[in-house]
Design a protein around this ligand. Sequence first.
Ligand SMILES: [Zn+2]
Length: 509
Amino acid sequence: MKQSRNTVLKGGSIIDGTGLPAIHGDVVIQNGWIVAAGESAATAFAGSDYNVIDCSGYAVAPGFIDVHSHSDLKVLENHTEKLLQGVTSEVVGNCGFSPYPLPENPGVLREFANGILCGNDTWGWNSAADYLASASSSHVANVASLVGHGSLRIKVAGNTSSELTRRELDTMAGLLDDALEEGAAGFSSGLMYAPGSGASAEELTVLGRVAARRNKVYATHMRSYSAGLVEAVEEQIAVAEHSGCRLQISHLQAAGEDYWPLQRHAIDAIENAERRGVDVTFDVYPWLAGSTVLTQVLPQDALDGGIPQLMARLRDPEQRQLIRPRIKPEARWSGVIMTSAATNEEALVGRSVQDIANERGTDPETTVMDILLEQECNVNIVEHCQSIDNLHALLTHPLSIVITDGVYTRGRSHPRLYATFPLLLSDIVRERKWLGLEDAVHKVTAKPASRFHLNDRGRIAKGYVADVTVFDPARIHTNATYEKPDVAPTGIKLVLRSGQILVDSGVAV
Ligand SMILES: [Zn+2]
């Protein structure tokens, strides 16, 4: 049966996404667009052919927008983890990783990105236009994409962290300009991941100018979120200031207890820049643990040349001695938990590096190098390293947007992939009362839409695309945990994208 595209969501509490107080009323949807919203809005459409859905007792909000997604490949496979959270739009291509432009040897890009994109040996697109064309057929999400600086760098210079020549830099700027012209939403950097970590501020400023000319955003996974946090923020602000681009600081946090006090200084630097007229905002996920690949604890120059070179270094006793003192987790070793392993999963997944080191009768650094060798560097981790007071400061800050930063992994993914927005609306809004409901919805709808220029989305108002999430503010809930993350949330009645019902009573249809 073909689903009616004309729907009335009747008698709900409309949270329009702007942050204004909710109003009681109806939302009328025709051919995928909102044609009326507000008190008694349905009256004018009485008698027409509408599917009328009673929403009394529910909040009717814009579909949530996740501007820090790593679902580049998963949206094409129609995975529903985000959709079930109420997400209808995703901005992918974050932290320097995008599945395009393919280099001459596509394996180099796949090896670089597979730990974050959870990919195989076959993906890849030559251009933003090709990727966006594929993504436009996603059933689960409206997809916008940032070009990854790491991917661009691999395209022009291979997997090397060394300084680019003038000519390579010009080529990279040209490729970025092409991608932005073809519809990419901006570009992203991953300055803690080789080879992006090899970029100077000058290199990023050249690219920032390209983004500025096209009025697109630059999102950055900065060089440090721990000891070097404040300098990292200042560096990225300088890039924005010198290039004139719009800056989005990705997943802001201070990682590691020793560095928690630095977050206040980082926020001060951002507020000062904003007062000077720099166009800067930041995003945050409402969790106290991060999620990444195990190679992230290594000095990134150890990855120069790619995984085979890293493996060779880890096998060489002299190289190991050089690498060892520079291995630095953001959490204590007891808080660095294995979440996926290519082999021997039962013995590793769910356990900390410290725990495994104790069992093996060795130190954590040796354990990390050994595990990377055993697993051919294919390991994901969760790091418990953040402070609840800092999280409060970030979530309640007027410049923050809330994101999932969800990462698919083979073993046990971080629960943020399954539960971020339900957690925001239950734990943060309802239980802790850190944010009002309308404020929280604003941070995941109209605010990210305007930041990433997702026009026509993120609001419940006439003339907007009918992306809508209907949930019960008193009952929305998640049982997802770090130990058992893959649990669907409850309390979400409906999710519509372009007027089409994709989730009904919490189940994808
Ligand atoms: Zn990142």
